[in-house]
Write a protein that binds this ligand. Structure first.
Ligand SMILES: [Zn+2]
Ligand SMILES: [Zn+2]
Length: 323
């Protein structure tokens, strides 16, 4: 009888031990997003393009790579940022104002660390051939992928949302529920009936969950920020938007679209609007969202969004020109 009791106690102990002590935290504790390529520059070089360094609880990744081969490289040097310890690169979509620095950055950094920028995350569809109105080939991500693989880099294609680090997700392709049509009308893809305007179906964002709400990082926002906000909410289950950082491609949009956008983004606390968001659009959104010069800012090279825990350390460090 005693033996049976001990056996049962032993089984109970084994059961207790089988339950994980503590699941890994889902939400990010500390977030820093530093602008490395955008139109405006305090330090370094401005360009029509986008790139940012994302640092979340010790994980670092490069989001987009700017337009010119050397701009992110030079801006990182100017800002004193070492990209050689960054292993993951995310490319939001195939436009060359986001892919231009990829190969030069990989080559420069792998000379210091072979694993630097060695893993490239993209969404399914990015390698589809695009054409101009005359039917000539436009951007060609397949060729870029080939050059990247030739350096020993690994390409990871995501068909749906994927967690890259605790609390950090790559959205994968974003469903277009809202008809935002937030993409150029002079780039085409080939379908059975001929050329149609390219919806940039692969356009993907980063979604970072925090205790104060979601942080969205978007390259050009071609999926539309309303759709991206919906996708982010589906990923982390949080309706609260803490920050939107990056390019929203709203520069040519009429006031009615900006008003509708503000309705969807209601409650947003920080907007670090870079690249193709547009100066006027940022100004309008600031007013419509009830934000101010400290919480809705046009990004410059070197400007940052920082979140360091509930109620502390959150905010935009705009730099001089936009401050
Ligand atoms: Zn684009
Ligand atoms: Zn762009």
């Amino acid at each position: 009888m005693m033996t049976g009791l001990i056996r049962r106690l032993g089984m109970l102990m084994a059961l207790v031990l089988a339950i994980p002590a503590q699941a890994a935290p889902l939400a990010a504790q500390h977030v820093t997003i530093t602008t490395l390529s955008t139109m405006l520059a305090d330090h370094g070089i401005g360009e029509w393009g986008y790139a940012a360094l994302v640092e979340v609880d010790g994980h670092r990744l490069l989001f987009d790579t700017g337009a010119h081969a050397d701009v992110v490289l030079r801006n990182a040097q100017t800002l004193g940022i070492d990209l050689a310890s960054v292993e993951d690169v995310v490319i939001s979509h195939d436009h060359n104002d986001h892919t231009g620095g990829l190969i030069a950055l990989r080559r420069a950094m792998m000379a210091k660390n072979p694993r630097a920028l060695s893993h490239l995350h993209v969404a399914t569809g990015i390698a589809e051939t695009r054409f101009d109105a005359a039917g000539a080939a436009d951007t060609d991500f397949a060729a870029l992928e080939q050059a990247y693989r030739a350096t020993g880099g690994v390409v990871i294609e995501h068909a749906s949302a994927a967690q890259l680090a605790p609390g950090v997700w790559f959205s994968g392709p974003v469903a277009r529920t809202h008809d935002e049509r937030n993409f150029p009308d002079d780039v085409f893809v080939r379908q059975a009936g001929g050329l149609v305007v390219d919806p940039v179906a692969e356009d993907a964002s980063l979604v970072i969950a925090t205790a104060d709400g979601t942080v969205i990082l978007t390259g050009c926002g071609h999926a539309g920020i309303m759709n991206i906000a919906d996708a982010a909410q589906a990923i982390d289950g949080d309706a609260r938007l803490l920050a939107v950082v990056g390019g929203l491609h709203l520069f040519a949009k009429p006031d009615a679209v900006l008003a509708a956008t503000a309705v969807r983004l209601k409650g947003l606390r920080y907007l670090l609007a870079a690249h193709c968001t547009g100066i006027e659009a940022t100004w309008r959104l600031r007013g419509l969202l009830g934000l101010d010069r400290h919480s809705a800012v046009v990004a410059a090279v070197g400007s940052r969004f920082v979140w360091g825990g509930t109620g502390a350390g959150a905010g935009i460090e705009p730099g001089r020109i936009a401050g």
